[in-house]
Design a protein around this ligand. Structure first.
Ligand SMILES: Cc1cc2nc3c(=O)[nH]c(=O)nc-3n(C[C@H](O)[C@H](O)[C@H](O)COP(=O)(O)OP(=O)(O)OC[C@H]3O[C@@H](n4cnc5c(N)ncnc54)[C@H](O)[C@@H]3O)c2cc1C
Length: 401
């Protein structure tokens, strides 16, 4: 499909840098906010989304977080997925979104790990989540295919946790935003013009300037670079995460929960296949265009961990693998949302550290509300404000995979 590279106007009420999951979500929620009748431009350097986090996602949703606000954000995400057509205005062409609730199963092998799971379960239950702590005996009864040597407890929630069709949500946000008048162009923002405490516009790759009332940084793993253009810093960097899709010679008779093994490897059902993932041996920041794979990871780390935990998976065939980038928030592995305190019309939606796809409905809605009204009108997302970064007070999310 041909995409314009030049904007139709010389200035817009809102310019969104990055048109993947977060950019599309903000665009759609803005266009559908009853208090907004402004103009929106989305600038995307890679409209095939080949290098985006969105294209490399595992597309899972959970309520097993350690921060209550993340539970609430995912609860809205689950509600949004279930009622997608209604949220999209009741258009009969909008599909039901597929969701497969196999649940996440976090396994703890140490007293400290058990304590973290028990505290998180108590908080999640108080927030209305269906998480349960399962002792090793309960685990053995419910999931007889695991080798539970060394495992003390597991925590499992089969309600609104598992895979969801994030790709269709993304497609429909872009499609509906475009039909509501949002302009998407293929171009790169290479500079941001700033006058004292606010931004006046952006500079595109060909040197042309576009004026902006608000600028949204939805640049994923490149968010730190975009922030630098505005003269501010963000503790967000690209980090590699690996995904492996495999076939088991002896598949399980039931869905495999998204099992988070104490080794750091996670594995789940993926239709008739299985999907596993992990961080690399070392986990430094990488260049935003570095997608070079470490082929030893599957052989040395992932396969042995899976075969150890699920003895029936002794014979596996690797079908596909890829490297993606987390937009990793080095302070606390949580989102950074809302205006930058020094540059009030520079709006952040960054640092999702591997759980952004499921958070995109709540985050896009929240940022649109803030742009329109200067406050959150529905779910209060102020715990994600930049202020904590400046103050060095982490909102630490411990349940990161
Ligand atoms: C391997 C992996 C597994 C994951 N699994 C899950 C999961 O199971 N569940 C979950 O909730 N989340 C998951 N995530 C995280 C999730 O995919 C991301 O949080 C989410 O996709 C982030 O979307 P985004 O729009 O912020 O970033 P991106 O998808 O990276 O999009 C940013 C866009 O900005 C564009 N851009 C950047 N700079 C510029 C510029 N200067 N000018 C113009 N355009 C620019 C880029 O081209 C890109 O398209 C996973 C991520 C990875 C890598």
């Amino acid at each position: 499909m041909q995409i314009d590279t030049t904007p139709n106007q010389s200035s817009y009420d809102v310019v969104i840098i990055g048109g993947a999951m977060m950019g599309a979500s903000v665009a759609w929620f803005l266009a559908n906010h009853p208090g907004f009748d402004g103009s929106v431009l989305v600038v995307e350097r890679d409209p095939g989304y080949e290098l985006s986090s969105t294209a490399h996602s595992n597309s899972c949703i959970r309520q097993q977080f350690t921060q209550p606000i993340n539970v609430q954000v995912s609860q809205f995400g689950a509600d949004y997925l279930r009622n997608f057509r209604q949220y999209m205005g009741g258009d009969p062409d909008v599909p039901d979104l597929h969701m497969q609730s196999f649940g996440y199963l976090y396994l703890a092998a140490t007293a400290e790990g058990e304590q973290v799971l028990r505290a998180a379960q108590a908080m999640q239950a108080a927030e209305g989540a269906g998480t349960q702590i399962l002792t090793s005996e309960m685990l053995a009864e419910k999931f007889p295919f695991y080798n539970l040597d060394g495992i003390r407890v597991g925590s499992h929630n089969p309600v609104d946790e598992g895979y969801f069709d994030g790709g269709s949500m993304f497609d429909w946000w872009r499609r509906k935003a475009k039909s509501a008048g949002v302009e998407f162009i293929r171009n790169e923002v290479t500079g941001i013009s700033r006058a004292a405490g606010h931004i006046t516009g952006v500079v595109l790759a060909d040197g042309s300037r576009v004026g902006a009332g608000h600028v949204v940084n939805a640049a994923g793993p490149r968010a730190g670079l975009v922030a630098q253009m505005a003269g501010v810093s963000l503790p967000v960097e690209p980090r590699k995460r690996y995904t492996f899709v495999f076939e088991a010679a002896r598949p399980l008779a039931v869905d495999l929960p998204l099992t988070v093994d104490p080794s750091g490897v996670h594995v789940r059902s993926d239709g008739k296949y299985y999907m596993a993932g992990c961080p690399p041996h070392e986990d430094p920041a990488v260049a935003p265009d570095d997608f070079i794979a470490d082929h030893s990871l599957w052989e040395e780390k992932v396969w042995p961990a899976i075969a150890e935990r699920i003895p029936q998976f002794d014979a596996l065939k690797l079908m596909q693998s890829w490297v993606g980038h987390y937009a990793y928030n080095t302070l606390d592995q949580n989102a950074i949302l809302g205006p930058h305190p020094e540059v009030g019309n520079f709006m952040l939606i960054n640092g999702f550290s591997g759980h952004g796809l499921q958070q995109s409905p709540a985050m896009g809605r929240g940022l649109a509300e803030w742009i329109v009204s200067g406050c959150y009108e529905t779910l209060d997302l102020s715990p994600f404000a930049y202020d904590r970064i400046a103050a060095g007070q982490p909102l630490l999310e411990q349940a990161i995979i």
